[in-house]
Write a protein that binds this ligand. Structure first.
Ligand code: PAF
Length: 281
């Protein structure tokens, strides 16, 4: 596996790949890799693409400085996992390579930015859009793969590609879960034993919301039920639980408003903020 740190090296190698008429699959990450990331690499390899992964902890998408400082960093382990996965190239740029000067662009994703993650993490999606547009420009992939745990992020990136008119196919991939159902996330590494045990309630509640939704329970009751379950222990602090239309994430008040609903949750377990989602029908 090639390991590249400079934009110039990346360009030389990827120009060579393009000259051989090979297609490029790209998996942008912030490192602290887990089986969820590797499933994205596997998907790209399965499609016969020259597979590039990037690891860059993007400062512009953190609205909380402490969260950025504590974001897990495990480069040696990441490199080993990528080698074993058969990834072809790893791009690990410094902050100066990505942001040689301040990026002051302001993107407009309309309602998507004001809902759910958008309202709880102001500026987050603008930072994601900055870094992803820069990485897309450097890698110029044909296909890019993203995990659906960050469902709203995938929608933002789809909107970004459309707005910038980029010839990149965005492939959302299934959430990969631990045996007890917890969605894999780099942030899980920061959970202590008690928090890790408590975290498994999140997927259980999503599953319960699905049962209730299918049974035509009013959405207000489902929301109250989830909130009350989480209120029973002080280790949880619910930020939001919403049931939305899976196509545009508008918040539903009634099941019959859409073809497909999705439940989305953000909840602190101790100090760690976890997000998850589940398609309801
Ligand atoms: O999902 C992530 O890990 C990040 O938001 C991304 C897409 C790599 C941008 O920094």
């Amino acid at each position: 596996m090639l390991i590249l740190e400079r934009n110039s090296e990346l360009k030389i190698h990827l120009d060579r790949i393009r000259a051989e008429s090979r297609q490029i699959g790209f998996i942008p990450t912030m490192g602290a890799l887990h089986a969820g990331h590797i499933s994205l690499i596997n998907e790209s390899k399965k499609q016969g693409l020259f597979t590039v992964c990037s690891i860059f902890v993007n400062p512009t998408q953190f609205n909380d400085k402490k969260d950025l400082e504590h974001y897990p960093r495990t480069p040696d382990q990441d490199i080993e996992m990528l080698r074993q996965s058969g990834c072809d190239a790893l791009f690990m740029p410094s902050t100066e390579e990505i942001y040689p000067k301040e990026d002051t662009r302001i993107f407009n994703f309309g309602e998507l930015e004001t809902l759910l993650e958008g309202s709880h993490r102001p500026g987050h999606f603008n930072g994601v859009a900055k870094v992803v547009s820069i990485l897309f420009d450097k890698v110029q992939p044909n296909v890019a793969f993203f995990g659906s745990k960050d469902y709203q992020q995938v929608m933002v990136i789809q909107a970004l590609v459309k707005q910038l008119n980029l010839p990149i196919k965005i492939v959302p991939c299934s959430i990969i879960r631990e045996p007890d159902g917890l969605a894999m996330s780099s942030r899980n590494k920061r959970l202590n034993k008690e928090e890790r045990e408590a975290a498994k309630l999140i997927p259980l509640l999503l599953n319960e919301s699905k049962v209730l939704f299918k049974a035509q329970k009013p959405i207000s009751e489902i929301k109250a039920f989830i909130a009350s379950k989480l209120a029973q222990k002080t280790i949880y602090k619910l930020e939001y639980f919403e049931i939305c239309g899976s196509d545009d994430l508008h918040i539903l008040t009634n099941k019959n408003e859409v073809k497909e609903g999705i439940a989305l949750i953000a909840c602190f377990v101790g100090k760690i903020r976890l997000i998850d989602n589940l398609i309801l029908d």
